[in-house]
Design a protein around this ligand. Structure first.
Ligand SMILES: [Mn+2]
Length: 254
């Protein structure tokens, strides 16, 4: 069994190199992957499944190729693509999963999350999220014309950049207590998330027991993936251009 996890690709039609790197990745993993989990922010922005630009359709087509070849695809929302819904999932042959999601394998349980819910020090963001992710807000957004949604998404990204520039690095990272609480609530020894763009493997000792948190990175010239197979988990960095692996952090599960 080989499961792969990626997040924070931030695909956008203004970045064809990034998109090409993703398509090369999908082609590369097709033969030796049982499941691909995309843990949010696949797109820089997603304003609704009705936004079928050529670019969006090309991403859908490539994901459909992957699932047609026998790889199971699981999609989690990020903070930028929470309007990605059933039509998109169906078109790709994938399935939406909730955040958080507990993945049970034969030998362990792993908590999967996009990661933004752990950034509790960013009070302003959490308040915004609580509001915009309500069912009625989502229904309202989807009722707006596509052009209106695109305008809003652009504005939100600009506001987000300004807000981010004024926040300290600590505020933008996960809160340690939020991580401990999540491990405790879901009773898993392992966790995988993205969002913070700080790829790493962290150990959290809780009641003398080591818990491990694997953090994915955002894709730019390099991509990041976490690969779970039998009793090892690898955090792998690879160049998008030629898919060459440049770094591999290996970890044997307890
Ligand atoms: Mn994110």
């Amino acid at each position: 069994m080989r499961y792969r996890f990626i997040s924070d690709l931030h695909l956008d039609e203004t970045r064809p190199d990034l998109c090409q790197g993703f398509f090369s990745y999908l082609a590369r993993i097709q033969k030796d992957t049982d499941r691909l989990y995309i843990l949010g922010d696949l797109f820089e922005a997603w304003v609704g499944d009705d936004d079928l630009t050529d670019f969006n359709q090309s991403v859908i087509d490539q994901l459909k190729n992957l699932t047609d070849s026998g790889v199971s695809l699981f999609l989690m929302h990020g903070n930028r693509d929470f309007l990605l819904l059933d039509d998109f999932a169906k078109a790709t042959g994938g399935a939406l999963i909730s955040d958080p999601f507990v993945l049970e394998t034969q030998s362990t349980k792993i908590l999967l999350s996009h990661g933004d819910s752990f950034c509790t020090d960013d009070v302003e963001y959490q308040a915004f999220k609580a509001n915009i992710r309500k069912e009625e807000s989502i229904q309202f957004l989807l009722s707006l014309p596509l052009s209106e949604r695109k305008k809003m998404a652009k504005q939100l990204r600009e506001d987000g950049k300004k807000a981010t520039a004024n926040k300290s690095l600590e505020i933008m990272d996960v809160n340690q207590q939020a991580i401990v609480d999540a491990f405790f609530a879901h009773q898993t020894p392992l966790m995988i998330h993205g969002h913070t763009h700080r790829p790493n493997i962290h150990t959290h000792t809780i009641n003398t027991i080591d818990h491990f948190r694997y953090v994915l990175g955002d894709w730019h010239e390099v991509g990041y993936e976490i690969v779970l197979e039998s009793d090892t988990i690898n955090l792998i960095t690879f160049r998008l251009e030629d898919q060459h692996v440049t770094e591999r952090q290996s970890h044997r599960r307890q």
